[in-house]
Design a protein around this ligand. Structure first.
Ligand SMILES: [Zn+2]
Length: 145
């Protein structure tokens, strides 16, 4: 079990994601910081450092997610796993509405809450990019393989 992610693996992850964050969909070109490789299932939960467990993530989404793999759903009080970019399709769990990421499922709800996908700065960037047609809508984004 290794934390080390080679430059080649990092590049493959970013390219597979279309150079966007797989949680908030922010294009990497719009971020001041280079995107990171998120362990979807953290190493401490025995997640592996391979393509099936790695996702492209902006710095903030990665920080807010940390090593979490689930959260408590405010609607039901139940523990619900987080969105898994390799196993779930973004558009099945979220939709974009006027720059807001609106959850469609309990998985979407806990992920939106924990990762604060509608933090004001991000919504503002998203609205500006949407107006210029430069924000992915989720529908044509990452293919699951
Ligand atoms: Zn993000």
């Amino acid at each position: 079990m290794s934390e080390y992610i080679s430059a080649a693996l990092r590049d493959a992850i970013r390219e597979r994601a279309g150079f966007q964050c797989e949680y908030c969909l922010l294009p990497e070109a719009e971020s001041f910081f280079p995107f990171e490789s998120d362990h979807i299932i953290a190493l401490k939960h025995d997640g592996q450092t391979d393509l099936s467990n790695l996702a492209s993530s902006c710095l903030e989404c990665n920080r807010l997610k940390g090593t979490d793999i689930a959260s408590v759903d405010s609607d039901t009080g139940r523990i619900v796993r987080l969105f898994h970019p390799r196993q779930d399709r973004w558009q099945d769990h979220f939709e974009l509405r006027d720059g807001l990421i609106v959850p469609k499922t309990d998985i979407g709800r806990v992920t939106e809450h924990l990762l604060q996908l509608n933090r004001p700065k991000l919504v503002s960037i998203r609205q500006q990019l949407l107006a210029k047609g430069r924000y992915p809508t989720g529908s044509e984004s990452q293919e699951t393989s």
